[in-house]
Design a protein. Structure first.
Length: 159
């Protein structure tokens, strides 16, 4: 019986690990910070997560830093002609008692000028700088992109 209980515990912990992690800092909760990897020759990458503000006042992410690339906040959009664009955003407001999702096709952290190859399971440290909470170092899980998750890295139509 002990062996069965132990096996169940190991399986449960691995499932939780593989499906995400959460980090709490003051009144901020970060859920599943992840960088999907699409191949060995990537020159840019994107970071996704959900940021929850549990305080009664709004919070802002005012900057992002990384030691493996230049990091900045971008917002993707598609115009009425179907042309995808990315816009650099200086800050992101997280309303009081609410959350903001950084996800494919929307807000994301853009990592450009990668200084080293990103490899699955070799996580990367990123610093989020909040207006009120201050600097917060988090670990982004580097994962192989899931089947069916495609990202067009061709920016030839960007202004």
């Amino acid at each position: 019986m002990k062996l069965l209980s132990y096996a169940f515990f190991v399986l449960l912990s691995q499932t939780t690990f593989l499906h995400g992690h959460e980090i709490t800092f003051k009144h901020i909760l970060i859920k599943h910070p992840v960088i999907p990897v699409f191949g060995a020759h990537m020159k840019t990458a994107a970071g996704y997560m959900t940021v929850t503000n549990s305080s009664n006042v709004q919070e802002r992410i005012i900057s992002v830093e990384a030691n493996f690339a230049t990091a900045m906040i971008h917002k993707s959009s598609v115009d009425i002609n179907g042309v995808a664009r990315m816009e650099h955003i200086k800050e992101v407001t997280i309303p009081a008692n609410s959350n903001v999702k950084f996800e494919h096709g929307g807000l994301h952290i853009m990592f450009v000028n990668l200084e080293k190859k990103l490899e699955p399971f070799k996580d990367q440290e990123v610093t989020l700088i909040f207006e009120k909470a201050g600097k917060f170092d988090i670990t982004f899980m580097v994962e192989e992109a899931k089947h069916g998750f495609k990202m067009d890295m061709n920016h030839s139509k960007d202004d």
